[in-house]
Design a protein around this ligand. Structure first.
Ligand code: ADP
Ligand code: MG
Length: 410
C-alpha cells in the first residue's frame, strides 16, 4: 500500500497571508491589495478551442495569489515563492520575443492591457500558488488571471465587475500568453480562470465574433447533491516535445480545414449545423494516404459533439450519467488524436476498475492530469488503487486533488 498524496487547496486567508508576507519581505512597505485566480479542469472538450469548438471547464479551489502595489514609474519587479530571485523589466521593454522567464506571463498581461488602450503603469508584486506547475491544470492562466484582476483594480478599469468585462480580460491574458510568453494556447484556460462560477461548469463556444453571453454559458454542476466528487490525478509525468506535438496537432487541424474549404473544423460538427463527419472524411481521403488527418478530424468533431451532449446531461441534473462520454473522450484522445500517454491511460483504467463512473485525461495531454468522476464514498478507494498502480509500475507517485466547481479570479 502506498499512501496517496493529497494536494489541499489553501484557504483564502492562508493564500493572502503568504503573499502579503512575501511582499513585505521583498519590498519596502505593504501591498495595495491581494488578488487570486484559480487553476482549472476541463470536464470535456479537449483540443477543440483552437478549432472554434466547445469546451466545458470548471475552476479549481486551488488558486494563485498575488500581492501588488502600483509604482510611479514603469518598472515591474516580481518575486514568486515558486521561483528564484527577483524578476525585473521596464514595461516599455516588453514586446513579443523580448522577455524571458516566468515574469513574461505577468508583464505580458500589463503589456496586453496597455496595447488595448488602458493606462497601465509599473508595479511591484509577490506571487505564491497551490496550483501545481505544468500539470495541465493551468497554473499559467491562474497567474495571468490573478495579474489581470489586480491591474484591473489598481488602474480602476472596472472590467472584472461584469462577465463582458471579464471576457475582455480573457483576450488580454490570452494575448499575453501567446505573444509574450510565446505559448500558442487557444483561450480555454484564461476563460475558465476568469469566467467560471462556483457550483457551475462553463460551456465555452470558441466561434469567432460571439458576444460574451453567447461565448460562455454557465451550466449548474451540482456534484455534492448527487453524492459525487471530481477527483483530479496529477500524474507528474514529464514528457519532452510537448510544445512540438501541440503545434503539430494544430497544424493538422488547419490543413484539414483548408483542404475542406472550411474556416475551422467546427463547421463539420453536426451538433453545430456542420457538413457531417462522413462527407468530411470522404473528401479528405484522396489527400490523406496514411489516415492521420482523418483521425485528427474525427477526434475534434466527435469531441465537440460529446461536449454538447455532456453539457445537456449536466443541465438536466444528470451528472451521474456523463461517465460514458468521459471514456469515449479519452479513447478518442488516445487513439485518434494520439496525445495520451502510459500514465494517463493507467489512471483511467485503474480508476474505472476501482468503481469510478467515468475518467479521462484533461488538458493538452502527454502527461499532466486525468480526472475521475467518483461516488463520494469511493474517493479513497479509487485514489488508493491509482497510487498502488503507479507504485507497482515504478512510476513517480501521483498527486490527488479534489475539484468542487469553484470561484473565478477575484
Ligand atoms: P500549466 O499552465 O499547465 O501549469 P504551463 O507550462 O503552461 O503549465 O505554465 C507553467 C509556467 O507558468 C511555469 O513554468 C512558470 O513559468 C509560470 N508560472 C505559473 N505559476 C507560477 C508561479 N506561481 N510563480 C512563478 N511562475 C509561475
Ligand atoms: Mg498553461
Amino acid at each position: 500500500m502506498t499512501e496517496p498524496q493529497w494536494l489541499e487547496a489553501w484557504t483564502a486567508e492562508e493564500g493572502a497571508r503568504r503573499v502579503d508576507e512575501l511582499f513585505t519581505r521583498s519590498f519596502d512597505g505593504s501591498p495595495e491589495g491581494v488578488w487570486s485566480a484559480p487553476g482549472r479542469v476541463n470536464l470535456i472538450g479537449e483540443h477543440t478551442d483552437y478549432n472554434a469548438g466547445l469546451c466545458l471547464p470548471t475552476a479549481l479551489p486551488h488558486r494563485t495569489y498575488i500581492a501588488l502595489r502600483p509604482r510611479e514609474d514603469d518598472q515591474v519587479r516580481l518575486v514568486s515563492a515558486q521561483a528564484e530571485g527577483m524578476w525585473e523589466t521596464r514595461l516599455s521593454d516588453v514586446a513579443p520575443g523580448a522577455v524571458r522567464g516566468w515574469g513574461a506571463y505577468v508583464a505580458g498581461v500589463a503589456w496586453a492591457l496597455a496595447e488595448a488602450g488602458h493606462k497601465i503603469g509599473g508595479f511591484d508584486a509577490a506571487v505564491d500558488s497551490c496550483v501545481p506547475f505544468g500539470a495541465g491544470l493551468s497554473s499559467s492562466a491562474a497567474l495571468e488571471a490573478a495579474v489581470a484582476v489586480a491591474l484591473d483594480a489598481v488602474a480602476s478599469l472596472g472590467l472584472a465587475e461584469s462577465d463582458a468585462g471579464r471576457a475582455t480580460l480573457v483576450d488580454a491574458t490570452r494575448l499575453a500568453e501567446n505573444e509574450i510568453a510565446g505559448a500558442p494556447t487557444g483561450g480555454l484556460d484564461q476563460s475558465a480562470s476568469l469566467r467560471c462560477r462556483e457550483g457551475y461548469a462553463l460551456l465555452l463556444d470558441f466561434r469567432p465574433g460571439l458576444k460574451p453571453l453567447e461565448s460562455g454559458v454557465p451550466v449548474p454542476f451540482d456534484l455534492a447533491t448527487a453524492g459525487l466528487t471530481l477527483l483530479v490525478v496529477d500524474t507528474r509525468a514529464e514528457h519532452s516535445h510537448v510544445d512540438g506535438e501541440y503545434g503539430a496537432r494544430r497544424a493538422a487541424c488547419e490543413q484539414a480545414a483548408q483542404l475542406l474549404g472550411l474556416e475551422s473544423l467546427r463547421d463539420i460538427a453536426p451538433t453545430l449545423g456542420g457538413m457531417g463527419i462522413d462527407r468530411a472524411l470522404a473528401e479528405l481521403e484522396p489527400h490523406d494516404a496514411d489516415g492521420v488527418l482523418r483521425r485528427r478530424v474525427r477526434h475534434v468533431v466527435s469531441e465537440i459533439d460529446r461536449t454538447a451532449r455532456f453539457a445537456d446531461l449536466v443541465r438536466e441534473g444528470r451528472a451521474a450519467d456523463v461517465g460514458p462520454f468521459m471514456l469515449a473522450s479519452h479513447a478518442s484522445l488516445r487513439d485518434d488524436y494520439e496525445v495520451s500517454c502510459r500514465e494517463l491511460d493507467l489512471v483511467v483504467d485503474t480508476a474505472m476498475a476501482a468503481g469510478a463512473l467515468g475518467a479521462r485525461m484533461t488538458g493538452g495531454g502527454f502527461g499532466g492530469s486525468a480526472i475521475a468522476l467518483v461516488r463520494r464514498s469511493d474517493v479513497d478507494t479509487v485514489a488508493q488503487a491509482v497510487a498502488d498502480a503507479f507504485a507497482d509500475a515504478d512510476l513517480t507517485a501521483p498527486a490527488f486533488l479534489l475539484a468542487p466547481p469553484s470561484a473565478p479570479a477575484a
